[in-house]
Ligand binder design. Structure first.
Ligand code: FAD
Ligand code: SF4
Length: 693
């Protein structure tokens, strides 16, 4: 679908015409281990611009600050003679804004080239995640007031994780001509090859790391970092960037059990898994999960499965043990969105970003779909508040256009008729809490409450003194000079699943084994005094009581839940992990800060039947509490569609359920007759009608 040539785009196109031929500037880096090498840029094969050569990056591909229409860029490297001819083909016919935007100076931004690779059949495909999904921030500023008498955007989606990316893709695919949809994402665009691989890249004192890989919400020295950390009674780890936590998660794709939905806390429309089943299928088709192939079993996975089998044989455990379905490809492929992906090399770094392009993170599937559907994807835009102004919403933001100086920012605002908040549990709660406190948005008293850590619980097993030796090889290898000689495996490869029979929820837990990413492995070994070749990290999850509360502390969200440590599911996991360790003669250890850490924050904007029991209804519409506590009235056009809407723990890795729920919300939005001017309805009508106000 063609992008409408909006007025600001036309202005930019005109300025582009005046400045032809475009000049090339910016930075480039080439990976050429073991030395850093100079990258040389040439324009149309002739003008070498040595003064623009830099030594900033040690990555295998070019990363450019500025791209120019029709330019051919060549990278050379002193140590390896690596040469990467790249044809920059700006998709002017598809998205004129982007083509125009590319003429502006993107100095220091990390927008990269979408490199095209030849396929065996002679055609070409864009290479995995090689950039340019992000739109020029100038377009966001130029949008303010650009449509006289109308909202700047018809739909704004805040956040680009599973909730945001799904909504962006599905709404963009069904938008009517001229409808403007944009995603506002706080983090940067990341591309494979730029994710951290060394401890130094995680050290906040290291200026390079500060620019690339570290962020603390309470001390935001790098609000553009790849990770967010929220201190509190529960420490919350989140991912941030175009693609949300999909960039840094372990890609385990599991469905929640039917009995999860049968709990009274779930809204009636969803109180059976049957409602979500078609959306689970749709999500699975997009995320294309695979298990580790039989011929590529690793020591880590073998130890995990062998331990479970041994305990089952002794009748100590009644559990299923299986290879985890992973949103990862093990062989090179061109995905359904036409992106060429490399096969997984089992380097064990998934949770700090896949440098190979094997993970089906959202920049490989839903976000390109949104992009081709004509949605604008703005990175480095941090939404602060939402204000209701009559029929429209004003969204205030902080734009950080300069990735190397995240402290430099500009504030701005845009209006929209529809806003979908999908900033993840911590982000969405923070935006709504700030909006409630600062702009008077009437929300349910439940806002912030009902937080669940999905029962996350971390344990370690040290096999150093076992006889015979137990090798796990669980220290991430990174990609270094290529595929590791001794494959580590994906971050998580296997699941031991105790969700069987009539066990009560407290005892329906999972144990997954983990590697430690190469950038963390050395530090962790030192801290724990363990050799990761002979140790195992275990991630447990289950059903906590969802009794935490997200509050704002200095404007940043933090979790208050003094009792979290004493969840019955924790006691069960500690018991099982001790048996796990003993099975092969290992020593069980709890790393105490990790006991209260979660990477699966859920809730705070929970679904409910009315404002008396929830913040949003089953279709993600935000209850308007000004109409009274028991009222089902909603703020027209205001939605939440991410992990924050879960009313309980899920008891397993949550990404698939979040994706399925977002698929359902997007479908309900598209088929709501009140949105008929914005979207073509889908051919298959949604099963339940959207709830009337
Ligand atoms: C290390 C790690 C490993 C994990 N492994 C797995 C796994 O194997 N399987 C699984 O199922 N789940 C896993 N998860 C959890 C899973 O990734 C999350 O539950 C899921 O990504 C949540 O999706 P979401 O749409 O709610 O939000 P997110 O994916 O968190 O995306 C939210 C986005 O919104 C952006 N944002 C936040 N605030 C603002 C703002 N104010 N303005 C604009 N943008 C904003 C954030 O930067 C982020 O990019 C893991 C998580 C982590 C951190
Ligand atoms: S193991 Fe390495 S190559 Fe495979 S998905 Fe994870 S990070 Fe990518």
């Amino acid at each position: 679908m063609n992008q409408p040539a909006s007025q600001p785009a036309a202005v930019l196109m005109a300025s582009m015409a005046r400045t032809r031929p475009p000049s090339l500037s910016g930075t480039a880096g080439v990976y050429c281990r073991p030395f850093y090498g100079d990258a040389r840029l040439s324009y149309n094969g002739c003008a070498v611009i040595p003064e623009k050569a830099t030594r900033v990056s040690r990555r295998r591909f070019l990363k450019l600050g500025v791209t120019a229409a029709g330019a051919t860029l060549t990278a050379g490297c002193q140590s390896t003679r690596l040469s990467l001819p790249l044809n920059v083909t700006l998709p002017g016919s598809v998205q004129p804004e982007l083509a125009a935007g590319a003429q502006l100076n993107y100095r220091n931004s990390l927008v990269a080239l979408r490199r095209r690779v030849p396929l065996p059949d002679g055609t070409e495909a864009p290479e995995a995640g090689s950039g340019t999904l992000a739109s020029d921030p100038a377009l966001l500023r130029a949008s303010r007031g650009a449509r006289a008498g109308r909202a700047d955007f018809d739909v704004l989606i805040i956040g680009s994780g599973y909730g945001g990316a799904v909504c962006a893709a599905r709404l963009a695919a069904q938008r009517r001509p001229g409808v403007r949809i944009a995603v506002l994402e706080r983090g940067r665009e990341w591309v494979p090859g730029t994710f951290p691989q060394h401890l130094l890249q995680f050290n906040p004192l290291n200026p390079f790391a500060r620019r690339t890989s570290w962020m603390s919400e309470q001390r935001p020295h790098n609000p553009l970092g790849l990770f967010g950390f929220h201190d509190g009674d529960v420490q919350v780890v989140i991912g941030s960037g175009l693609g949300g936590a999909s960039l840094t998660n372990c890609a385990v794709v599991l469905e929640a059990e039917d009995r999860v939905f049968r709990q009274a806390a779930w809204p009636e429309e969803l109180r059976s898994k049957d409602t979500l089943r078609p959306y689970y299928d749709r999500a699975r088709r997009m995320l294309a999960p695979q298990t580790t192939p039989e011929e590529r079993l690793t020591p880590k996975l073998s130890v995990h499965l062998k331990t479970a089998a041994g305990l089952k044989a002794k009748r100590l455990w009644d559990a299923d043990a299986y290879r985890a379905p992973l949103a990862i490809t093990f062989a090179a492929r061109t995905n359904a969105q036409g992106i060429r992906q490399h096969g997984c090399v089992q380097c064990g770094d998934c949770a700090t970003g896949c440098n190979v392009g094997a993970k089906h993170s959202l920049d490989m599937n839903y976000l390109p779909l949104a992009w081709t559907g004509g949605a604008l994807l703005f990175a480095q835009v941090d939404v602060s508040t939402i204000t209701k102004t009559g029929e429209l919403y004003r969204v205030d933001y902080v734009l950080r256009p300069d990735a190397s100086r995240p402290g430099r920012h500009q504030t701005g605002s845009v209006t929209a008729a529809m806003v979908v908040i999908a900033a993840g549990t911590m982000g969405s709660n923070a935006i709504l809490l700030r909006s409630r406190d600062e702009t008077g948005l009437a929300t349910s008293a439940w806002l912030g409450k009902g937080f669940s850590a999905n029962g996350n619980y971390l344990g370690f097993v040290d096999y150093q003194y076992t006889d015979p030796p137990v090798q796990t090889n669980s220290g991430g290898a990174g990609i270094g000079a290529g595929a590791p000689k001794n494959p580590v495996g994906t971050y998580i490869e296997g699941v031991i699943d105790f969700r069987r029979g009539n066990r009560p929820l407290d005892r329906r837990v999972l144990i997954e084994e983990m590697s430690q990413a190469s950038s963390l492995a050395d530090g962790l070994s030192l801290l724990m005094l363990v050799d990761l070749k002979r140790a195992m990290t275990l991630l447990g999850m289950g059903h906590d009581r969802a009794e935490g509360e997200i509050r704002l502390q200095g404007g940043a969200p933090t979790v208050r839940w003094p009792d979290y440590e004493h969840q019955p599911s924790h006691a069960e996991l500690a018991r099982l992990m001790t048996q796990y360790a003993n099975a092969l003669g290992g020593r069980y250890a709890v790393f105490s800060p990790a006991r209260n850490t979660t990477a699966h924050p859920l809730g705070g904007c929970r679904m409910g039947e009315s404002a008396a029991t929830g913040v949003v209804n089953h279709s993600g519409q935000v209850f308007d509490a000004s109409a009274g506590d028991g009222s089902k009235a909603v703020h027209s056009g205001l939605y939440v569609a991410d992990a924050s809407i879960m009313p309980t723990a899920l008891g397993n890795n949550p990404l698939l359920t979040i994706t399925a729920l977002a698929e359902r919300i997007a479908e309900l939005i598209v088929n709501d007759p009140r949105n008929a001017t914005l979207f073509e309805p889908t051919r298959v009508p949604p099963d339940p009608p959207i709830q009337a106000m």
